[in-house]
Design a binder for this molecule. Sequence first.
Ligand SMILES: Cc1cc2nc3c(=O)[nH]c(=O)nc-3n(C[C@H](O)[C@H](O)[C@H](O)COP(=O)(O)O)c2cc1C
Length: 192
Amino acid sequence: MTLSLEVLNEVIRNRRSIFPPSYTGEEISMQEIEMILENANYAPTHRLTEPWRFTIFRGNGLHKLADFLGETYRNQTTPENFSEAKYDGTRQKALRSAAVIAINMELHPEKVPEWEELAAVACAVQNMWLTASALKIGSYWSTPGNLEQLGAFLELKPNEKCVGLFYMGRFDGATKPAVRKPIGDKLTWIED
Ligand SMILES: Cc1cc2nc3c(=O)[nH]c(=O)nc-3n(C[C@H](O)[C@H](O)[C@H](O)COP(=O)(O)O)c2cc1C
């Protein structure tokens, strides 16, 4: 395999968070979703616990997710603070997506601390994000405030946790440049 550094740099540096309002509604093929998930599986993992677990919502599954998100918002909001527009916007995030992947982790407390499992899952999500980006699929990692309820909705086991939703959809391809302060501001060199 000859890995082009130019391609690697381009994929890493051009990956962006692309949000559901930009999604066109066009389908994402099963092969593309499988490639995204397959690459997740190559993330580094301490003691090979491979803690990443995924629940994939497509088709009618997206309606079930939209219903859950909408009703959770309704139940967590007092009647005077309830906004029909926010309720609808919450549902539309799922309904505008071609697929949504719940990001879950399986914990192995006898082997590694939880933060290492989370770190491995985050590496898996980065692999997914980069692959989606290379496939010109918009995506982003969302961490809603209702992760515990989401875990119950997903029927996770006691040793599993949900750490967010990975929204995906086709978009027009236009991206903004990354907003980052220079790496030089974040480094300490020790050389002698
Ligand atoms: C762990 C994690 C959780 C995130 N959660 C949210 C979120 O809940 N809502 C959101 O709008 N963006 C979320 N993001 C995306 C960030 O807002 C985004 O990465 C950041 O603005 C930088 O933009 P970029 O991804 O286009 O470089 C999350 C990113 C990470 C890594």
